[in-house]
Design a protein around this ligand. Structure first.
Ligand code: EPZ
Length: 438
């Protein structure tokens, strides 16, 4: 079992390059299979969710090639030889974004069957809005033995009003509608940067999409897509995670290769908390010299404060000077990490969808378990900021979405190593050896 062993206390200092956005990449890879010509994708993150997704599209006949075999960040996809429209295997069940294959296959072939999505356990995560969209376009949708199926004689553009703002439903409906006959309008659409990124690739492939990035997206369907070349946007959540790591450890970190506008909610909140945040072109520097101040956070769809940054900020607030409130408005089960932080000495009480956090002078090392991707990253930040040694278990969650996480943190001076241990006693031996080095 792989785990991170962390010796806390070093302020993170230096520069770190941010990779391509995982959640953008998943929609983009699905879009790419809709063309029978080669689509080149650049800045692809080297993370497990992407490896799984690539395996899934290969299994139905999509060609996946690396122009430079030594660089897995550039890939070409060709959907010409797709031989089945059904995907059901162990790996596709593990990831949430498998649902994008429903929209892509339905749009291109008029039918799809995909194992129901897995992904992080952060709440109920229904896909009723995706289904509503496909039905509005004229498809039948049904569930059978853990698979979702959809079929249409013909997809016809419609006016679709989403009852909740959903990134997944917006992208999925956009995929299917981009090859429907006529015009589709998605109202109450998600405005996340990844929606825009997927729309941009589709447009390069020949789609006619207007308004991505606003809450009203208009799509005129086209019959065929062609070759395209696209660079995925930087991962704003990876960037935000390193910005929080800088703040929690009272360090000085510059994240590079980012789009600062995508990080406005994160930067503004860090400034509220007393961090110095400086933008310079495609870089942002975060420096903290005095103890962080408390604040109030409420997660919202973009451009509000992102739910994917909630746990990392909670770690910063656990060390702030005073009491903070964090309210989770998107997912109902995203506070599981607070029990782990409490083991490290944090003072947090959760009531319903709100966490009441009273800052403590210091956190102390403990063995904790990552409950999901972002919360796992937050526990690593807590370990880096804590006094003593921390072991973070279940790091497979973190590896789903952070490329070379430990290496990047080490390059900033973090004392973190990945170990593979078979038993608790072996882990404890390693932890005490690490503690003795201090
Ligand atoms: C995407 O999930 C991301 N995942 C999540 O990232 C992210 O937290 C989330 O968007 C919000 O930004 C991927 O892109 C693969 P939603 P998604 O549909 O699309 C409700 C990470 O750590 N809803 O925008 O599944 C839903 O329950 C992850 O990288 C419905 O009610 O999220 C939630 O309350 C985790 N019916 C809200 O909408 C639906 O049909 C927003 O969910 C769909 C969603």
């Amino acid at each position: 079992m792989e785990q991170y062993l962390i010796r806390g206390g070093n302020p993170l200092v230096g520069t770190v390059k941010i990779g391509g956005a995982k959640n953008s990449a998943l929609g983009i890879l699905a879009a790419a299979i809709m063309s029978d010509e080669k689509v080149t994708i650049r800045n692809l993150p080297d993370v497990n969710d992407i490896h799984i997704f690539l395996k899934a599209i290969k299994s139905i006949g999509a060609e996946v090639e690396y122009p430079d075999p030594n660089d897995c960040h550039v890939v070409t996809i060709c959907g010409k030889n797709i031989f089945t429209h059904e995907i059901d295997n162990d790996y596709i069940r593990k990831i949430r974004a498998s649902y994008y294959l429903i929209g892509a296959l339905l749009g291109k072939y008029g039918e799809a069957g995909v194992a129901l999505p897995g992904g992080c356990n952060i709440g109920a995560r229904p896909i009723d809005q995706h289904q509503k969209g496909f039905r509005a376009l004229g498809a039948r949708v049904w569930i059978d033995r853990g698979m979702i199926f959809t079929k249409a004689e013909k997809l016809t553009g419609r006016h679709i009003y989403l009852d909740v703002v959903s990134v997944g439903a917006t992208i999925n409906i956009m995929l299917a509608a981009s090859m429907a006959e006529g015009t589709t309008i998605i109202e109450n659409a998600a405005r996340e940067p990844h929606v825009v990124d997927v729309a941009q690739l589709l447009t390069k492939m020949g789609a006619d999409i207007r308004g991505a990035g606003t809450d009203r997206i208009k799509i005129n369907g086209v019959k065929k897509f062609h070759a395209a070349d696209h660079e995925i946007i930087p991962d704003q959540i990876e960037a935000g995670t390193f910005m929080c790591a800088a703040a929690a450890t009272m360090g000085d970190v510059t994240v590079t290769h980012v789009i600062p506008q995508h990080l406005e909610a994160v930067s503004a909140k860090l400034m509220d908390m007393g961090a110095q945040v400086d933008e310079n072109g495609d870089s942002i520097r975060v420096a903290v010299t005095n103890r962080l101040q408390p604040t109030t956070i409420k997660t919202m769809p973009h451009p509000g404060f992102p739910t994917d940054m909630q746990a990392q900020f909670a770690v910063c607030l656990a060390l702030a000077e005073g009491s903070s409130l964090v309210t989770e408005k998107i997912f109902e089960n995203r506070f599981k990490y607070t029990d782990e932080l409490i083991k490290m000495g944090a003072n947090i009480r959760v009531e319903g969808n709100t966490a009441f956090i009273t800052g403590v002078d210091k956190l102390t090392g403990a063995t904790v378990s990552a409950p999901d991707l972002r919360a796992g990253a937050a526990l690593v930040i807590a370990g880096l900021a804590a006094e003593g040694c921390t072991c973070v278990e279940n790091i497979h969650f973190i590896q789903r979405g952070y490329e070379a996480f430990a290496q990047k943190l080490r390059s900033l001076g973090g004392d973190i190593r990945k170990v593979d241990v078979d038993s608790d006693s072996e882990r404890d031996r390693m932890l005490s050896r690490l503690a003795m080095i201090s």
